[in-house]
Design a protein around this ligand. Structure first.
Ligand code: ADP
Ligand code: MG
Length: 404
């Protein structure tokens, strides 16, 4: 019987893998050749060149260090969902069916929260002009957690901010036309999350204001990470990293049973060396909201001609991008949905108020464990929760750090 020849690129790939496996330490663990890019840290190994770019654009997962020579069934996977690039690495536990299950779940979640798809649950709620709309149980779950965090943060995180954020999303597409103060004021008049009615029995959501719109972008990726963590917990996975456009979840431990280490981007040069690292991470979300997802405008949209910078985290008190010196706010919390929403809330609340609130332990009931945070401000200061002392390393000397 004829055995079909393996394609040349697959033979080449196996040769490369064998070559990489040749070196090993005393316990048989592979030792990898040092290159410029891994001199300082290992970044997550990605399958394709395109994926390398993707990981560089997201927050960095450092010292993954588990490139395996064992029979790994699949490369890590990256696909677009939730308006961003979602990357999952199951390392040696990876199988086609596990990846398939995870990305099918991400598509399911995307179908609920995608503001650009008219068929999504969120778009149907927003089109209903205040009438009750039947939604999926997952949607109810996320919205009730969102409302809880909105209450605790006194609306700094506001899921009813949709008519305001829509103005800014349009501005980002057409940078020559930023929303006027009147437009913002009119939209803000329809952004009261307290009017939202959730009927868990009937499975319906009602905005309670014909002009109000939901925006759950600041919590949906966190919920997605929690959902993936549930799948991983059922799937006999020892260690995995999930990166949903910079929203990271680290599951279990690395192959050598040590905890994970992540880098937080330098908000002034997000594609460069990270500003700080956090080690000792296990089964937790690390979510950063940063100003770098923004845009310039000056009428012609030219940032080199005195353009004004706008970013995408809106202060619900003003309707304009939060302007309190925070460049990035990172939240570490076991509950990824809470980490996501709190990151946005703390960004809006500013350094003093958010660290004070964390100190009071106000978030325990919603966060499933106390959240810890790291802020980077425009005075080159890093502030971090005391609980992270001993786990944080300042990578860039430009910054000074203090704990609170
Ligand atoms: P990203 O989703 O880009 O990672 P965030 O989690 O901070 O960053 O979410 C920001 C998004 O959430 C914005 O693009 C907008 O759609 C929405 N948003 C902006 N400001 C707020 C706010 N104060 N409360 C709730 N949602 C917000
Ligand atoms: Mg968020």
């Amino acid at each position: 019987m004829m055995v079909p020849k393996k394609p040349a690129d697959s033979r080449q790939k196996r040769r490369t893998e064998r070559a990489m496996c040749r070196k090993s330490d005393a316990s048989g663990n592979p030792v990898f050749p040092r290159t410029n890019s891994d001199r300082r840290f290992f970044s997550v190994r990605m399958g394709k060149t395109r994926n390398r770019k993707i990981i560089a654009a997201a927050a960095l997962i450092l010292s993954a260090g588990t490139m395996s020579c064992e029979k790994r069934q699949r490369e890590p996977e990256s696909r677009e969902a939730l308006g961003t690039v979602c990357s999952v690495n199951l390392y040696e536990s990876g199988t086609e069916s596990k990846y398939g299950k995870i990305f099918a779940r991400l598509d399911e979640i995307d179908a609920l929260f995608n503001l650009s798809s008219p068929a999504s649950d969120i778009s149907r709620v927003n089109a209903a002009r205040g009438a009750p709309v039947e939604v999926a149980p997952d949607f109810i779950k996320v919205l009730s957690e969102a409302l809880e965090i909105a209450r605790v943060t006194e609306g700094a995180f506001n899921p009813a901010l949709g008519s305001v954020t829509e103005l800014w999303r349009n501005a980002k597409i057409h940078t020559d036309r930023i929303p006027s103060k009147t437009e913002i004021r009119n939209a803000l008049a329809h952004a009261d999350f307290r009017k939202i009615r959730l009927d868990e029995q009937a499975g319906t959501v009602c905005m309670g204001d014909a002009e109000a719109k939901l925006d759950l972008n600041a919590i949906a990726k966190g919920f997605a990470a929690d959902s993936i963590a549930e799948i991983l917990a059922q799937g006999n996975v020892k260690g995995a990293t999930v990166n949903l456009g910079g929203h990271i979840y680290v599951f279990g431990t690395k192959k050598d049973r040590s905890p994970w280490k992540l880098g937080i981007k330098n908000p002034n040069a997000p594609e460069g060396i990270p500003a700080v690292s956090i080690s000792g991470l296990q089964d937790t979300a690390v979510v950063t909201s940063g100003i770098y997802d923004g845009f310039f405008t000056n009428g012609s949209g030219d940032k080199n001609a005195g353009g004004v910078f706008f970013h995408h985290i809106i202060d619900p008190a003003t309707g304009f991008p939060a302007d309190n010196g925070i460049l990035s706010m990172t939240v570490v919390c076991r509950n990824a949905a809470a980490a996501d929403a709190l990151g946005t809330a703390f960004f809006v609340m500013g350094k003093e108020k958010s660290f004070a609130m964390m100190g009071e332990g106000a978030f325990d009931p919603v966060a499933g464990g106390r959240p810890l945070a790291v802020s980077i401000t425009n005075d080159a200061r890093i502030s971090a929760s005391r609980g992270l002392e001993g786990y944080i390393g300042v990578v860039l000397n430009d910054y000074t750090i203090s704990f609170r």
